[in-house]
Design a protein around this ligand. Structure first.
Ligand code: PBG
Length: 321
């Protein structure tokens, strides 16, 4: 036997020398949740160790997270039901919780890269990412205007990266043009390019109380059975000016991450979503899996598949190791 692959695995020194994929805190964006009130933290039941914070507490937590070396966060708002309406008006109201949070975070932590979410669901009385007409259809082009106002308000408040997670057609180009027209040429767009209609978002919708009030999201989010369609979405988002292409969820879609990374030369991001986090945590709490090793193996596989950037609820735990 001339070729013995085990020689390259014989010691820790040699194994680390030939290791192809390494993780660093620089790879991660840490998703965080903000809610109304003062001096409040509340744990998301299905996501152990992940909390919703009132803004004062959130700012304290970002200090902790930044000290651990994390330099990027993604922010999502939890709204009370009385703030929601059909037009997601609260999403671009001056002085709203979300816009105020963006402003205060960037004011206190100018070095943090702050990613904001553009979609109607946290603000919509229908719980959908787009505008719903009387017949229950989600209207694409009407939604774009609302998303545009939302993105612009976020950019004005100080957002560094706009993350359209809505899956409406044409939204990347629409937002890019609107941002450029208003002078925000340096605000990036991380497009949720291949966002699948997934069961793995369950814990997130619990966290934000944002589940659809009727139906599902299958007319705008992608069918989990399709991969070639992800390339069409990627071509559009690339042509419309996206700075990053994201795949979501991550672990059940590693082939999609690889396909986008093979075909596009801008950074690929992957969202290791709430359900993926919850599965590992639940098994670890039962003593059925080694939580730390499973976390590292999962994150490594996402990076190995081709994701340069990983949005993950594990970011803080990884950074603490
Ligand atoms: C909605 C949005 C969702 C997530 C991020 N933005 C849920 C959905 O589409 O219903 C999910 C994130 C996660 O599960 O961690 N615009």
């Amino acid at each position: 036997m001339l070729r013995r692959p085990r020689r390259n695995r014989q010691s820790a020194a040699i194994r680390s020398m030939v290791e192809e994929t390494t993780l660093s805190v620089n790879d991660f964006i840490y998703p965080m949740f903000v809610m109304e009130g003062n001096n409040l933290t509340s744990e998301v039941k299905s996501m152990p160790n992940i909390f919703r914070y009132s803004l004062d507490k959130l700012l304290e937590e970002i200090t902790v997270v930044q000290d651990l070396g994390i330099c990027s966060i993604a922010l999502f708002p939890l709204l009370s039901e009385d703030k929601k309406d059909k037009y997601a008006t609260e999403s671009h109201r001056q002085g709203s919780l979300y816009l105020e949070s963006i402003y205060q975070i960037k004011n206190k932590f100018p070095e943090i890269a702050l990613m904001t979410d553009v979609a109607m669901d946290p603000y919509s009385s229908d719980g959908h990412d787009g505008y719903v007409d009387e017949k229950g259809n989600i209207l694409n082009d009407e939604t774009l205007q609302i998303l545009g106002n939302m993105a612009l308000a976020q950019a004005r408040a100080g957002a560094d990266i706009i993350g359209p997670s809505d899956m409406m057609d044409g939204r990347v180009g629409y937002l890019r043009e609107m941002l450029d027209d208003e002078g925000f040429t340096n605000v990036s767009i991380m497009a949720y390019t291949a966002k699948y209609a997934s069961a793995f978002y369950g814990p997130f919708r619990d966290a934000l109380d944002s589940a659809p009030k009727f139906g599902d999201k299958k007319t705008y989010q992608m069918n989990p059975a399709n991969s070639r369609e992800a390339l069409i979405e990627a071509e559009l988002d690339y042509a419309e000016g996206a700075d990053f292409l994201m795949v979501k969820p991550a672990l059940a879609y590693l082939d999609i991450i690889k396909s986008l990374n093979d075909n596009f030369n801008i950074p690929i991001a992957a969202y290791n979503v709430s359900g993926e986090y919850a599965m590992v945590k639940a098994a670890a709490q039962n003593g059925w899996l080694d939580g730390t090793r499973t976390m590292i193996e999962s994150l490594t596989s996402i990076k190995r598949a081709g994701a340069k950037v990983i949005l993950t609820y594990f970011a803080k735990e990884f950074a603490s190791l």
